[in-house]
Design a binder for this molecule. Structure first.
Ligand code: COA
Length: 241
């Protein structure tokens, strides 16, 4: 079976991606489950995407990035009902993925064997995913991630809980920064990022508000989506055996 068919079969139902025409859609996947399509993923990419993949030094990063870009195209092609290579997917000057000539906004995250993709026709969208194991690295950067009020609130928590809360803050803030289209242009300690309420987009990128929703993947991952309020249609995608 080819990658496109496997991706289609992994979706909850054939019409499932069409939900992305009305509301926010998010998918999450682990690259090791999809590794049999590593080579094929690369063939679905355009010249710019291939160049970015080949610029990665580590083979694992090349594989993960190729899979992430291919799945990004496959999800958008399912929403837009066109072939993956016909998806007008590009990047703006800040590196933010854009779908040309369409009111669909989109966001991508890839980290250590994990991929997360979001699309929304409702306004700015940002997604971030991190492996749960990264919680152990968060303590040393707490001062750079937390707004002083968040730092105060976290100080009451015991070790493990505090590390997990810090990782949660990190993914929520990255998702909000990506929705703003500005990457790390605004320091994380300059703004707060509580979940489930409308927040002004930070910085001088896209204007408007977004609501952050947290996706707790237990021992596997933490992810967040910043998007318009309302339900997010989401799925963990694994190929059928
Ligand atoms: C956006 C960013 C914070 C995410 O980094 P990360 O957590 O390490 O990686 P993630 O996998 O979660 O996200 C990366 C993806 O976010 C998207 N992205 C990149 N820049 C973005 C931006 N300004 N806004 C929204 N999304 C962006 C891209 O799809 C990128 O994938 P790619 O690098 O393969 O093209 C980081 O890429 C960044 O800060 N980029 C901006 C760089 C910048 O400002 N450079 C200025 C010159 S130094």
């Amino acid at each position: 079976m080819d990658l496109s068919s496997a991706f289609e079969r992994a979706l909850p139902s054939p019409g499932w991606p069409l939900a992305g025409r009305h509301g926010t859609l998010a998918v999450f996947l682990a690259s090791d489950a999809w590794s049999r399509w590593d080579d094929e993923a690369f063939t679905l990419l355009d010249a710019g995407e291939r160049e970015r993949v080949l610029s990665k030094r580590r083979p694992d990063d090349r594989k993960l990035t190729a899979l992430a870009y291919a799945c990004h195209r496959l999800l958008l092609s399912a929403v837009l009902e066109c072939a993956p290579w016909e998806v007008p997917l590009g990047r703006d000057a800040r590196g933010c993925p854009v779908v040309a000539g369409d009111r669909l906004l989109t966001s991508l995250s890839h980290a250590e064997g994990l991929v997360a993709i979001a699309v929304s026709p409702q306004g700015p969208v940002g997604i971030d995913i991190e492996p749960a194991a990264r919680a152990g690295e968060m303590e040393e950067i707490a001062g750079r991630v937390c707004h002083p009020r968040e730092l105060d609130a976290l100080s009451a928590l015991p070790g493990r809980q505090r590390e997990r809360a810090l990782l949660s803050l990190w993914v929520r803030k990255e998702a909000l920064l990506k929705a703003a289209g500005i990457g790390m242009a605004v320091e994380m300690d300059r703004f707060e990022a509580p979940p489930d309420r409308a927040l002004a987009l930070p910085g001088n990128g896209r204007h408007g508000t977004a609501t952050i929703r947290l996706f707790d993947g237990g021992d596997r991952f933490l992810a967040a989506v910043a998007a318009a309020p309302g339900a997010i249609t989401s799925a963990w995608l694994a190929p059928a055996d």
